[in-house]
Structure formats: C-alpha cells, structure tokens
Design a binder for this molecule. Structure first.
Ligand code: ADP
Ligand code: MG
Length: 733
C-alpha cells in the first residue's frame, strides 16, 4: 500500500529530473498534480522591489536580499532581538524579529544568512525615526536570481504567482516547473467536469483557460476570473454529490405515516401546558407533510437553545406512532439521552405509560437504552423495542448496536446531528423495514452557506423565535488579573444559590494532564498559560470563603455513567447547587433553576460553543447571567472576540462571526472534515453566492440525469471527491 511515490516519466522529462524529484516531496508526481497546486497569492506591481516607497502603517510584501544580520539580548533579558537588514540593490530596509527561545534565533540565522533572497510581509513601522518592518513573515528563495525573475515580471506588469512552498521546494522552483507544464497546454486539454452548457450559460472560463490564467496571469482580472471558475467547480462537485445523495435517498421507499386525527398526537396537544409558538406550528407542519410522503424525510431542524425543538420532535414521533410505527431518538451523550427521556416522559405523562398502573390504555411506552442499564432493564428495553410496545426508544450510539431490533422503525430523530458521522446515520437508517424518515436536530445555528455546503442533501427547518416568557441573559467579561472582579463573580454565584438557584462553572479541561470532553478549544500559540481544570477549579471553590457551606459537584466525561446521573440529579435537586464541569453540559441539559454560568479561560473556547454554554442558564424564571473569565489582555483579538458575546445573543450572528475566524476544516468539527478537506479555494463564508449558483445548477442537472450517465467525467470527479464510504453510494447506480 505505502508505495513510495515517483514522478511519471513524462513529468520528469517536462520539468526536469531535479525539479520532479523535489516536487515529489510535496506529493506532486505528474502534470495534473502540479496544475492543481494553485498559487497562494500573487505579487503585484508596487508590492515588491520598491523599498523606497514604503509608508508607515501599511502591510507590505517586499522582495529583497539579506545584507546584514545581528542579534542581542533585550535589556530585560527575556527576549532576543534579531536585527536583519535587507536591500533591493538600491534601498536598505531594517527589520526586527523578537525571539523568546534560542532555537528561534538559530532558525532565523539559518534561514536568513547574508546573501539570501526572500519575500517578506509585515507591517511598516516608524522606529525612532527610521522605517522598519516588525517581525515580518518571510519566504526565502533558493537562488539569488529571484529578483531578476520578479523584475522581469515587474517590467511586464504581470502579477507573479506565489506558491505554497517548503524549504526544499521553493515557490520559484514551482513557478518554473509550472511554466513547462502550462505553456504547452492546448485548448480543451484540461478535463472539465462541469458540463459545457453550464460553463457557457454562466459565462465562465473553461477549465483549460482557467488553468492558464491562474498560473500565468497577465493581470489581476485574469486570476480573479480563474479563481472564481475553480471555486465554482469545487462548489459544483460538492453540490452534485449532495444532490445525488438526496435523489438517491428520495428514491428509496418509505412507509407514509400520515396523521391520524383523534389519536395520541391530538391527545398530546390537548395536554401540553403551553401553546405552541407560530414557528413550532410551521415547522411541525413541514415535518408532518414529509412523514406522510412515500419517500424518506431528510430534514434538519435547527433552533436556538430553548427554542422548543423537543416538543416538535415529540409531535413527529406521535404522528408515526399513531400510524403504527416506532420512533428512535439518538442523543450524543448518555446525559442527554437521559435528559430527553425525562422531558419526553414528562410531556407525555400517562400517554407514555401504557401497560403501567395509571397509564393510558391506548398510550405508548418510552424505552431508554443506555450503557448503564442492569441486565434485566436492558432485556426489558430491548424486548419493548422489538415487540413495538415502546413507541419511542431513546439512546446514544448504543442504539446502533445490531442487537437492537425494532418492530417497525418509522422515524429516527438525531439530536445534535453534526456529532454523528454519515456512516452512523446510515447504520440507523438500515434498521427499518422500509427506510425510516429522519429528523436531525441541532442547537448550533448553522449559517445558510454552511448548511448548503455540509447539509446540502437535507431540507432545513429553522425555529427562530424562542417561546415567550424566557428570561434574558446578560454576559460580562471578567479579567483574571482583576481580583475584585473575580471575587465578585464568586459572590454572584453565592447570591444565586441563596435565592435557591444554581450555577455552572465550566473549565476547559478535566485534569492538568488532559481530557477536554471534546471541547471546541482554539489554539493559542502565544499563550502558554495552562488551561483551567475541573479538578483545580473545584478545589478553588471549596476554599473560597464566600462559598463556604455551599456544596460543589463535579461533572465530566470520565465519570462512570451512573455517577454522572447521580451528579446531575444532585445538581438539579439543589443538593449541590454549584456544578464544576467540562463542556459535557453544553447541549440540551435542562435545569430551569440554573441562573449563573461562569466559564473559565473563556477566550480559549469557540464563540458558538460559549453561546451554547450560556444557553444552559436563564431557562426558568430567574434571569441568566454569564460570566466569562479570561486572561486575555486588553486590546487583544481574543478579548475583542469575546466582547461580541456581551453585545448579542443572536446565535446566527455569532455563528457567522465564529465562521469568519476559522479555517474551513474546523467549521463543523472532525465529523464533517472529510468534506471540508476537499475544498481548495472555496471559502464557505465568503463564497455563498457561488455555492447558491452551483447548488441550483447541480440540482437541475441531477433532476435531468440522476445517474450522470450523460456526464461520465462528472461522475468520476464526484466519486473522487467524496470519501471512500461515500463512493459506495455513488457506485450503486
Ligand atoms: P431546545 O431543545 O430547542 O433547546 P426544549 O425543547 O428543551 O428546547 O424547550 C425548552 C423549554 O421550553 C422546555 O422546558 C419546554 O417545555 C419549553 N417550551 C417548549 N415550547 C414551548 C412553548 N411553545 N411555550 C412555552 N414553553 C415551551
Ligand atoms: Mg433539546
């Protein structure tokens, strides 16, 4: 399997054996591989060689040669100052680097020896009257004649592509090899997976033209058009794969489960302690119509924390039970599975206790299947699922276990769906006699562009309004270096407890040596402070005078599941009104008395996750307070980011902000990264327009030619795009 890659003969001949050998180290073995190695950016006229025109405050990129290098300890001794002077032959430009470690100094010395040519990017600053570049990024070239190369392009006023490069494979080497491959391309030589009709209708470049223009542009407009064209291709392939998947699922047979008036659903509605909101009614109607159709529903229900998704899902479950089927509810954690079981049993009351004392005779039963059941309980739950006595079966991924049999599985509801991979979704789907309808629920607001990219194969329903009577949440920042503020934080916790309320204190990690329960933690390369741990925060609170006499519980993913239950019960009941926890309580956990949320090292969490966390408080009658404890310094980007949370509680706004600050692969975590990784140029956030167009085109094409028999190149391209698990569905055609 692990065969060492070698360049093809033709490629070696074309670019030269030396270059071919070097290119292998970055995974390029043939012309096609090289062609799809797109420039990272372009240098334009005026952005280089004109060292004499730099202005303070500008971010610039310059190409120059190192003419002087020196280093010395800073006066306070904690850092080394590295001074490098570069020149373009006419003008000299000093630059300064700050190095904390000797290793960094050595690295700089090695990379920037006198005579080295490199491209430097950074901000121009005025230092004691002299212009200099502060801590620039740089990219050395392996030969001295780069300046000639740049000058030639400069004279011709052409943008110069800069390629992702390594120490061994410079951008210049790539540029030269590229010329050997691009220049001889003849029209139509680059295979274009997008049908010509679409390319023409959208007025785009064809693939070969785009390839020429992305690597050998004459002007900025050239590479912009080319980039757009490749972005469109990426979006189109993804959307075609999704449209196919969608069509594929729609082609399965599902049992229609229309509503049955006068049965359990109506009985549930009649006994609900509240009136459904307009949004709940609307979304319920969409789901109800899907369930009555003969092809499987694929719907994502998204709604803010507390927007009332559970009752919407329960109404869907009742509809299928009324039609003789069963529903399975899959939760990402045991805590959540239990929580769902509790709230669903509450909402159902006697309707969910058929066969039990006081239960409604024509009701149904709720089975909870988790890892912590006794053997007897488990047998009972499995029997109820298999016989159909349980209309609702709730569990974690253990529901996917083959031993779980259903009499007639009609609907699967998957809570927090982005945590489940596609394979797991498919495994559950395989349990029905016909294909069950599927409803995915998520409290993480998903911007439309992301929904289209990652969930293009499902329909999306959104609950925007939160039921009336919800208390507002206020959010404050608490700098750790302000002891008074920190003290006030614990004071607020104590006061809440005195009023009979509860408080969560969230820490990013369980112990110093690890365990974050899947928290969405951001890298902070400059920040070497150890993260707060549940362990240490619990100790801190025990020792905190204002909290004396208040019992503190501890919750995290490493506890055995019966202990987790006990901890949640004790918190919910108020025996331990303060709970120190990881983000395991992020989703779903519903303790109406909880009114205060303290998050330690808040700057290290993603915005959406913090929003999710604070949604845990203010769910009852007491208004919620969220306190974000942070060590991020004033005026740092990290602090600016957190401030957004104090300004808005709109999850969609926050999700978009969050997205802006992330790389694509991180957007929805590892579960979706298979799809994310295939995106080269497409930026989900900024390319929404392209994604919309591509989706429209892809859906139309799939409607006309579902199996792509008339578009074999496209079929090959999407088969390569999706991961091997997905290929199976593509092959089935
Ligand atoms: P989500 O799952 O979307 O976070 P839940 O379904 O858990 O929200 O609902 C949060 C709380 O609001 C629950 O206690 C639920 O009973 C209550 N609720 C749901 N719908 C309504 C409504 N229309 N009016 C008042 N309260 C509601
Ligand atoms: Mg919920």
């Amino acid at each position: 399997m692990a065969e060492k890659p070698t360049p093809t003969k033709e490629f070696s001949r074309l670019v030269g054996p030396g270059a071919a050998k070097a290119l292998v180290t970055i995974g390029i073995t043939d012309q096609r591989g090289l062609l799809f190695h797109f420039p990272r950016r372009y240098l334009k006229r005026g952005e280089y060689t004109t060292l004499s025109e730099l202005r303070v405050g500008e971010n610039v990129t310059v190409a120059a040669e190192v003419v002087d290098f020196s280093s010395r300890r800073a006066r306070n001794g904690s850092m080394t100052l590295v001074d490098v002077t570069v020149s373009d032959g006419r003008t000299r430009l000093p630059m300064r680097f700050f190095a904390r470690h000797q290793g960094t100094v050595h690295g700089l010395k090695h990379a920037l020896t006198i005579g080295t040519s490199a491209i430097f990017s950074g901000e121009v600053e005025n230092f004691n009257g002299t212009i200099q570049l502060k801590h620039p990024e740089f990219e050395p070239f392996d030969t001295g004649d780069v300046l000639d190369d740049l000058r030639a392009a400069h004279e011709a006023e052409r943008p110069v592509p800069v390629y992702p490069a390594t120490a061994k494979v410079s951008s210049l080497l790539i540029r030269r090899a590229m010329r050997m491959v691009v220049d001889p391309l003849h029209d139509g030589e680059v295979n274009d997976p997008v049908p010509a009709e679409i390319v023409e209708r959208r007025g785009m470049l064809d693939a070969t033209q785009a390839m020429r223009m992305i690597h050998r542009p004459h002007a900025e407009a050239d590479y912009r058009r080319a980039q757009h064209r490749f972005r469109y291709t990426e979006a189109f392939l993804l959307q075609t794969a999704l449209a196919r998947r969608r069509a594929d699922i729609a082609a399965y047979e599902a049992t229609p489960r229309p509503p049955r008036p006068g049965a359990l659903l109506d009985a549930l509605d009649a006994q609900l302690p509240f009136a459904l909101t307009g949004g709940q009614l609307e979304v319920s109607a969409e789901i109800s119509a899907d369930l009555a159709a003969p092809s499987p529903m694929q719907r994502l229900l998204q709604g803010e924390v507390g927007s009332g998704k559970t009752v919407v899902a329960l109404r869907a479950m009742m509809q299928v039970i009324d039609a003789g089927g069963q529903a399975a509810l899959l939760a990402p954690t045991e805590v959540l599975a239990q929580q769902h079981a509790r709230s669903i049993r509450n909402l159902l009351g006697p309707l969910g206790e058929a066969g039990m004392l006081g239960g409604a005779a024509d009701g149904t039963r709720v089975a909870l299947l988790t890892g912590s059941l006794s053997a007897a309980q488990r047998r009972q739950a499995l029997a109820d699922a298999a016989s159909g006595a349980a209309g609702i079966v709730i569990g974690t991924h253990s529901l996917l276990n083959e031993k779980v049999q259903f009499a007639d599985l009609a609907l699967t509801v998957i809570d927090e769906q982005h945590r489940f991979g596609v394979e797991q979704r498919d495994a559950l789907r395989a349990k029905g006699r016909t294909v069950p309808h599927q409803l995915y629920m998520t409290a993480t607001p998903i911007p439309r562009s992301v929904a289209m990219t990652f969930f293009g194969d499902v329909e999306v329903s959104t609950l925007r309004e939160v039921p009336a009577g919800r208390s507002p949440i206020t959010t404050h920042l608490v700098p750790v270096d302000r002891p008074k503020w920190v003290a006030r934080t614990w004071q607020l916790v104590a006061e809440a407890v005195e009023r009979g309320e509860r408080a969560y204190v969230v820490a990013p990690r369980i112990t110093a040596n690890g365990g974050d329960d899947g928290a969405d933690l951001l890298d902070a390369p400059d920040d070497k402070r150890p993260l707060a741990t549940v362990e240490e925060v619990a100790e801190l609170l025990e020792a905190e005078p204002v909290l004396s006499g208040i019992a503190v519980g501890v919750m995290h993913g490493r506890l055995p599941s019966d202990e987790k239950d006990a901890v949640m019960e004790a918190f919910s009941a108020g025996c331990t009104p303060v709970l120190v926890t990881t983000t395991v309580i992020e989703v779903g956990v519903d303790v109406p008395e909880a009114s205060v949320m303290v998050v330690m090292d808040a700057d290290r969490f993603g915005l959406s996750q913090l929003h999710q966390l604070r949604g845990r408080v203010g769910r009852g009658s007491a208004p919620g307070t969220c306190l974000l404890v942070t060590g991020a310094g004033e005026d740092t980007p990290a602090l600016q980011r957190l401030k957004v949370l104090t300004e808005t509680t709109d999850g969609f706004v926050l999700a978009e902000k969050d997205l802006e600050q992330r790389r694509e692969g991180d957007v929805l975590g590892a579960a979706q990264s298979g799809r994310g990784n295939s995106l080269k140029l497409l930026r989900v956030f900024t390319d929404r327009g392209v994604i919309e167009e591509a989706r429209e085109d892809a859906r139309r094409l799939i409607a006309e030619d579902p199996n792509l028999v008339h578009h074999p190149d496209l079929l090959v391209a999407i088969t390569q795009l999706v991961d091997p698990d997905h290929e199976e569905f593509l092959d089935r055609a």
